[in-house]
Each structure stands twice: as structure tokens, then as C-alpha cells.
Design a protein around this ligand. Structure first.
Ligand code: PLI
Length: 462
């Protein structure tokens, strides 16, 4: 019998968008002009754009049709109520606070819950999440399991919270200094790694016993649900939709960037159970985002989002094909002995720059340099996720040196084909073969906050 493992897409293509091909000379010039920062490239100079899976999904014909029936009423738009229904049904939260995107929700959540001097434990930092926690006067403390810091460790749930680490934070600071635990599903900076249902449940129970809230970052909770279905005993026959709802049941609320799982190009929300917390969130919402029935979104955005939320769980085939494509690329690189974060994560393949260019010390930004070299080779745009993204310690002013020094190749949903993945693999393998030629970088401009977005660099000659 032939083993049937195909993850082929449960859709066909109705509209195409031509992409621009560039020469090597053009790319050398473009990356120089961009200060060796792929965030500063013009998208027209990119062939296969794996910068991010955020806001880059292809919407379905039904989502585009939804946009036409978006209700642009300033107050009480029917599109808002359709969105409320979708969030209640799919995620199970009663209260919806719509925002322009994920960081808008993070801002409001941090402002209503964090007081100066508080400590916020979480399973590895995310850039904007930690920024808002610190901006509100809190301090983020990493309580992810140790395995998450080792790219080669094959632990199936590298997104888990280490309960002993969490208990130690509570013991050290006292539960009253811990407003909530920030629990990210399918941890982005760890390589798209899931938490197990058992760990979500145990964390929630520990927090309840200490009167501490659990706030999910449910941005990629759908991808987490898929890994639970594939890897955790007892979930193999459960639908993705029911697993997703159970994940959310072990929390008091969630921030969501809808630009990922939810299949839209813009949007997000804060979802809560407690009506009093929601009231406080809405008081800030109207000052920073927009009225309570649109937040930062147009009516048509909310309409497409409501359709996207339902579509992502309508069948299990969508998520199987989405992660199947990511794993396809990852497997090609593993077969070619390119060091990558394993297991392959949900939203991208993460190259282990520390292992690929060990001759570049971490203060010369190995992952930034490798990302630039990869772009020059074939026009594939990735993103640095290492010391540049980690930023500086506000107390000492030194670089934070994360254990993971990675290049993220993030796969947009429903956008690229298997042949594109082959091209990416060929390019990564070619760059890997010539890795000795890659040299380190130094800053020519370093922004104070979230520096990776706008920093500029130049090569340091050997
Ligand atoms: O980009 P936003 O503001 O819609 O969402 C911020 C955000 C919050 N949490 C997580 C886990 C994210 O991954 C996230 C945004 N991620 C981006 C932009 C990315 O490229 O991964």
C-alpha cells in the first residue's frame, strides 16, 4: 500500500499576483540601500517574501465577498455583531474588544492589568508583547521550559510553561505582584512551538489557586491546536475546532493578532470573560483605538475577519495543509543537513544561525548577516530573530543575548506553492554551502525601542 501523506491544499487558485524577479546585482544594491535590514527592503525587490506570516494571507472568495457587505456605521455596525458571534462560538469568550491589530490589544491589556513594579511571567518573550508590558511599568520574566532554548531538542511541546519556574516567580515576588501569566500559544520566538493541553490546564489551575489571571496570546492558537491533535494522547480524534475551544477554556482572556490564524490582512482583538475588565478595556479603547463597536477596524475588515475565523475551523484540512507546507520546507532542509529548529514549527522554518555561522560572534549579529546573505542569493526575504530582535536590557544597557540566534522563514497562508518551497530550499542549501564567506555586521543606526524594525547595519570586513 502506498502511504498517503499528502497535505495538498483544500482550495484552487482563482486570482494570481505577478511577482518581480531581480538580478543578483540588483539585490546586492537593494540590501546595501536597506542597511542590511530586510524590514527596510522594498517589497518589489523581493521574489519570495517569507518576512512574516502576519497580514500576508490570501483571503478566500467568501472573505472578499464579505467585504462588500461590511457595515461602516460608526456605532453598532452589524459587522461587529457578526464578529462577536464568531469569537464567542470559535474561541468561547463572551466579551470582545476589537483593535486595529494584536499590539493594540496588548497595549490595552497591559494598561488595565499591570501596575509599575509588577512582574509578568510568560513562555518566552514576544517583541511587542514585552514592549507593552514594560511600557506599563511591568517586568517580563521568562518561564518557558528549558528545552525551548535548544534548537535541536525534539521535545513535542517546547512552548510549555515550566511550572516550577512559575511557582518560583510567585514565591519570590508574591502573587499580588503578578497580575497575570502571559501564555503564548505556538510560541513564535521559540520557532512556532506548541504548548500541550495538559500544560495549559495545569498552568490555569496553579494560577487560579493563587488568584492570578491567565491571558493567552492566542494569535496562533489554531496552529497549537493542530499540534495537540497530532501529538497529545486523547486528542487524535478531536476536531481542531473543539481543541481550540478547550485551549481557550484554560484562560481568562486572550489577545489575538488576527493577521495570522484568522486569515485577514489587518485586525485583532482582546477577548475577555469578566464584564468589568471588559468595561475598563473599552474605556481605553475609545481613546486609543476607536469606538467600542469597531476598535481600529473598518466594518469590512470585521466582516472579512468574522468569515476568516469561521473558515479556519470549518474543516481540519485547512490547518493540515498550512502546517504540511511548512513541514515540507523544513524536511527538505533537514535532509540537506542545514541546522534548523526542531521539531519544525507551525508558521515557519527557523534556521539556526548560531550553528550555521559560528565564526560570527553574537555581538556581530550572525542571524542578521545570514538573513541578508539569503536575500542576496535568490531574493528570499526572511527575518532576524536573535540578538537584534532581543534588544537591550533597560537596566544595564547591554544587549540581551538570547540563546536562540535564528533566521525565520515564515510562510504566508495560502500564498506560495510547493515549487516556491523548493526554490527556497535550494537557496538556503546554496547559502549554507558557502557559509564561511558570511561576515558580521555592526550598527550604523540603532533605534531605542523595537530596534529590529528600523535598524541599519554595515558589514565588518574580516
Ligand atoms: O503585528 P500585530 O500587532 O498584529 O501582533 C503582534 C503580535 C502579538 N503576538 C504574537 C505572538 C505575534 O507574533 C505578533 C506579531 N507578529 C509578527 C508581526 C510576526 O511577524 O511574527
Amino acid at each position: 500500500m502506498v502511504e498517503r501523506r499528502s497535505w495538498a491544499e483544500p482550495f484552487r487558485i482563482k486570482v494570481v499576483e505577478p511577482i518581480h524577479m531581480t538580478t543578483r546585482e540588483e539585490r546586492v544594491r537593494a540590501i546595501e540601500e536597506a542597511g542590511y535590514n530586510t524590514f527596510l527592503l522594498r517589497a518589489d525587490d523581493v521574489y519570495i517574501d517569507l518576512l512574516t506570516d502576519s497580514g500576508t494571507s490570501a483571503m478566500s472568495d467568501r472573505q472578499w465577498a464579505s467585504m462588500m457587505i461590511g457595515d461602516e456605521a460608526y456605532a453598532g455596525s452589524h459587522s461587529f455583531y457578526r464578529l462577536v458571534d464568531a469569537v464567542q462560538e470559535v474561541y468561547g469568550y463572551e466579551e470582545l474588544v476589537p483593535t486595529h491589530q494584536g499590539r493594540g490589544a496588548e497595549h490595552i491589556l497591559s494598561q488595565i492589568l499591570i501596575s509599575p513594579g509588577d512582574v509578568v511571567p510568560g513562555n518566552m518573550y514576544f517583541t511587542t508583547t514585552r514592549f507593552h508590558q514594560e511600557y506599563a511599568g511591568g517586568r517580563f520574566v521568562d518561564v518557558i521550559v528549558e528545552e525551548a532554548h535548544d534548537p535541536a531538542d525534539l521535545h513535542p511541546f517546547k512552548g510549555n510553561i515550566d511550572l516550577a519556574k512559575l511557582q518560583a516567580v510567585i514565591d519570590e515576588h508574591g502573587a499580588e505582584k503578578v497580575p497575570y501569566v502571559s501564555f503564548e500559544t505556538n510560541v513564535n520566538m521559540a520557532g512556532g512551538q506548541p504548548a500541550s493541553m495538559a500544560n495549559l490546564k495545569a498552568t490555569y489551575e496553579l494560577c487560579r489557586a493563587n488568584d492570578i489571571l491567565v491571558m493567552l496570546d492566542a494569535t496562533r492558537a489554531l496552529e497549537n491546536a493542530y499540534f495537540i491533535q497530532q501529538r497529545e494522547a486523547g486528542f487524535e480524534d478531536r476536531s481542531i475546532g473543539s481543541i481550540l475551544r478547550e485551549i481557550c477554556s484554560y484562560s481568562d482572556g486572550a489577545t489575538v493578532s488576527s493577521k495570522k490564524d484568522n486569515l485577514v490582512n489587518i485586525g485583532g482583538f482582546l477577548a475577555l470573560r469578566d464584564p468589568e475588565l471588559a468595561r475598563r478595556a473599552r474605556a481605553l479603547l475609545v481613546a486609543f483605538e476607536g469606538l467600542q463597536t469597531y476598535g481600529g477596524m473598518a466594518g469590512r475588515d470585521m466582516e472579512a475577519l468574522a468569515t476568516g475565523i469561521r473558515e479556519m475551523v470549518a474543516t481540519d484540512d485547512h490547518i493540515r495543509a498550512r502546517i504540511g507546507q511548512v513541514e515540507y520546507l523544513g524536511d527538505l532542509l533537514i535532509k540537506a543537513d542545514v541546522p534548523v529548529v526542531r521539531p519544525i514549527g507551525g508558521h515557519g522554518v527557523f534556521l539556526d544561525a548560531a550553528a550555521i555561522v559560528p565564526h560570527v560572534p553574537q555581538d556581530r549579529f550572525p542571524a542578521q548577516a545570514l538573513t541578508a546573505a539569503l536575500y542576496v542569493d535568490a531574493g528570499v526575504r526572511g527575518m532576524e530573530r536573535g540578538v537584534v530582535s532581543a534588544g537591550r536590557d533597560p537596566a544595564t544597557g547591554d544587549h540581551k543575548y538570547p540563546k536562540l540566534e535564528l533566521v525565520r522563514l515564515t510562510i504566508p497562508r495560502r500564498v506560495y506553492t510547493q515549487a516556491h518551497m523548493d526554490v527556497v530550499a535550494e537557496s538556503v542549501i546554496a547559502v549554507h554551502e558557502q557559509r564561511d564567506r558570511i561576515e558580521g555586521l555592526r550598527f550604523t543606526y540603532e533605534p531605542e525601542d523595537l530596534r529590529f524594525f528600523q535598524a541599519r547595519f554595515e558589514p565588518i570586513p574580516a
